[in-house]
Design a protein around this ligand. Structure first.
Ligand code: GLA
Length: 395
């Protein structure tokens, strides 16, 4: 990437007061569990978004996306969602900061953010690949605003506020995982996050002779965000049924496999089998993450990888968020003895699979998978080899 301070100076004819860098993320295991208050095991990666920012005094926000060569200017107050998606990831965060300011000192108080700012943005996270480029933008923006206006937000508050921004300005009722991982990542460590208590612990990822490789379908089906929101609703519908008999169940995190079987499997007249399938997957996956962490701690990457295959099976057959292209990529490596695990990653309906592959075999396997993918689809495979890196920070 080019030096963003130089681009900023040229674009806005002023010096950036700070530059913030925020990473994308991978997720080892624990998919579609975050909004069900379960566990996830993500890590920040060495692909990131950078923002450069400086205050203005004329009540406008000037935004420039360097890679896209697009500029947008809006008034800094009474902000509404914009037709351009990258703009929403910035202004949605501004709105959250303004709400926070109002909650602290009332709507009549004046705040410096209302006077506007210049912001330049660039990055190398592939868009639509399921590596959370949007969360990285939101986290970079909130971190920069927090610093520039001395808001005193904790990184936990930032994670929750950017999640809210995604709900309100991007229309995706996402969980906390992406923002949390981007803000809290550490070099070479995966994060076990309990999405209920938000307690988290770090574990070194020692894959021995193996490494992580991402296979990118290079597609993103249009139904991704609507189906995502539907899955969330389906889980809530399941919880409503479970609650009638077990009032202490507030989310699927609180439900056991037995309770899901007892109330959702049999009662097809009331909820239909789809609800059972969704809830069964989630309850299984929440348990699977906890067992997978034990595998990791015991150094048993083979057992860990096996669980990744199980996750994919559940996401594909029960949760139905995979797609033909993702299934082709997982099937292409399933029986390969040098691939310990593979599964679709992130929200689904496109994006990447995450694979644990023997280092010495990586090139041969990439070649083989690319061939299968080209034969069976109209798309070209893209490969990302990522390292686990530090979370959001000042550059
Ligand atoms: C997307 C969402 C996350 C999470 C994953 C699925 O990345 O933004 O909150 O739900 O999908 O695990």
């Amino acid at each position: 990437m080019q030096d963003i301070r130089v681009s900023f100076q040229q674009l806005f004819n002023t010096t950036a007061s700070l530059v913030v860098q925020s990473p994308g993320r991978i997720n080892l295991i624990g998919e579609h569990t975050d909004y069900n208050n379960g566990f996830v095991l993500p890590a920040a990666i060495d692909k990131c978004v950078q923002v450069a920012i400086a205050k203005r005094t004329d009540g406008t926000i000037h935004m420039h996306a360097i890679d896209l060569q697009e500029s947008v200017i809006i008034p800094a107050v009474a902000i509404q969602p914009h037709a351009t998606s990258w703009v929403n990831y910035i202004i949605g965060v501004v709105v959250q900061v303004q709400k926070y300011n109002t909650s602290k000192s009332g709507s009549n108080a004046s705040h410096e953010i209302d006077k506007g700012f210049d912001i330049g943005i660039q990055g190398d996270i592939p868009i639509g690949a399921g590596l959370s480029s949007s969360a990285a933008v939101e986290c970079a923006v909130i971190f920069a605003l927090n610093e520039m206006y001395q808001l005193g937000l904790t990184t936990m508050q930032m994670a929750l506020m950017t999640q809210q921004s995604e709900h309100e300005f991007a229309g995706v009722k996402c969980g906390i995982m992406d923002m949390f991982a981007s803000l809290h990542g550490k070099n070479n460590q995966v994060i076990l996050l309990d999405c209920d208590s938000l307690q988290h612990s770090y574990y070194p990822l020692d894959l021995k002779d193996y490494q992580i490789v991402l296979f990118d379908t290079q597609i993103k089906h249009a139904l991704a965000s609507s189906e995502y929101n539907t899955r969330r609703l389906e889980c809530e519908q399941g919880v409503e049924v479970l609650q009638q008999k077990y009032p202490s169940i507030k989310t699927l995190r609180d439900a056991s496999k037995q309770q899901v079987d007892e109330l959702l499997k049999t009662d097809t007249s009331m909820v239909g089998n789809k609800i059972y399938d969704r809830c069964k997957y989630v309850v299984d996956e929440i348990e699977r993450v906890q067992l997978a962490v034990k595998d990791l701690l015991a150094g048993d990457i083979k057992a860990f990888g096996q669980k990744m295959f199980e996750t994919h099976e559940g996401l594909s057959k029960l949760y139905e968020v995979s797609c033909r292209e993702l299934d082709i990529l997982v099937n292409a490596v399933k029986d390969n003895p040098h691939v310990l695990g593979a599964r679709m990653m992130g929200g689904g309906f496109g994006g990447c699979t995450i694979n644990i592959i023997k280092k010495s075999e990586v090139q041969a396997i990439i070649h083989q998978v690319a061939e299968v993918y080209a034969q069976q689809t109209a798309h070209t495979l893209k490969v990302h080899q990522v390292k686990i890196a530090q979370g959001t920070h000042i550059k």
